[in-house]
Design a protein around this ligand. Structure first.
Ligand SMILES: [Ca+2]
Length: 324
């Protein structure tokens, strides 16, 4: 994957400050958030924020490290770019060593600025969510460790199930230890020719590592980019340092003039869903009760077998009598 971030580093070394790279990918200023954020007063050009979100000179804090907070940050300009890469420089940190949460989500969605239960955004959303879940709500057997990054596409009909950490609606996911790191942490969401690829740069190597890649994703144009976060009983600071959107230049791409402004978001391939079984309830039966129940069941089974054999033998005798 070609990475505009490499060029960012190269340009930084040469002291270049223009938002236009040497590649043919263009950064779209109206969908990006770069320091200094505030032009005048308390507003950020092209961005709105709500809930607990606080803007400082160096970061936008969606939630502080306090319980029961929800915050969001939304681009106010709908995105009409067909192939894009969104890069988010973020920092999740807090005092909790073992207990922290809940995480944050990056959105490309139809509706904006609606706080709700899905990492600070509304449920039954229309669009794409990249979820960076730091807390495992699921006590049963899990396929993965947390923090966990996953992708979800929703046409408005799917519910995000926190009890299963969204595992039965996710497209794909990966484990990513991005919390409480001293170095910078980045995520890139690339949407190119209906393929969604999510990569992380959290190992302080200035290189992208692929987390997930899914083909057959159809997203409408004209949706909004946003980021939201939430804390519950557990908490963390969820900070956004920058957001950069690049329009991808695909020179060999046959011009596709399909009007995508009115389609519903859809995904061709979902991860084979894990069965939605309830966690085993702790048995209210004591061991002795259980033993007797098993004993009675065993006796009943033996009795049934014995009766069955007797009946069979009798039947055989009768048949023989009939035949001979
Ligand atoms: Ca969770």
């Amino acid at each position: 994957m070609t990475s505009p971030r490499w060029w960012l580093l190269v340009l930084a070394l040469f002291g270049a400050t223009k938002g236009e790279w040497n590649t043919k990918d263009y950064m779209k200023r109206e969908h990006s958030l770069i320091r200094p954020y505030q032009a005048a007063g308390m507003t950020i050009p092209y961005w709105d924020f709500g809930g607990s979100t606080m803007v400082t000179n160096n970061y936008v804090r969606l939630t502080p490290d306090l319980q029961s907070k929800q915050g969001s940050l939304w681009n106010s300009v709908p995105c009409h770019v067909r192939n894009w890469e969104l890069q988010v420089h973020f920092k999740v940190h807090g005092a909790g060593k073992d207990l922290f949460g809940d995480g944050f989500a990056i959105w490309y969605a139809k509706d904006r600025m609606e706080l709700g239960p899905v990492f600070g955004n509304k449920d039954f959303f229309q669009g794409l969510a990249i979820i960076l879940d730091t807390y495992s709500n699921h006590n049963g057997p899990h396929n993965h460790q947390h923090p966990y990054i996953s992708a979800m596409v929703n046409n408005g009909s799917l519910h995000y199930d926190h009890d299963r950490d969204g595992t039965h609606t996710q497209l794909e996911g990966c484990e990513a230890k991005f919390r409480n790191l001293d170095h910078d942490t980045h995520i890139a969401i690339r949407y190119e020719k209906d393929t969604l690829t999510v990569s992380t740069d959290i190992a302080n190597k200035a290189a992208w590592k692929e987390c997930l890649s899914v083909k057959g994703i159809r997203l409408p144009t004209g949706y909004y980019f946003g980021i939201s976060a939430t804390t519950g009983d557990l908490s963390d600071n969820h900070d956004v340092i920058s957001v950069r959107l690049f329009e991808l230049d695909l020179p060999n791409d046959v011009k596709d003039n399909e009007d995508r402004s009115n389609i519903l978001p859809s995904a061709t391939y979902f991860e084979s869903p894990r069965e939605h079984v309830d966690d085993p309830k702790p048995s209210s039966m004591s061991g002795i009760k259980m033993f007797f129940l098993m004993l009675v069941a065993a006796l009943a089974l033996i009795t049934a077998v014995v009766i069955g054999i007797m009946y069979y033998q009798k039947h055989q005798e009768n048949s023989r009598k009939r035949f001979y």
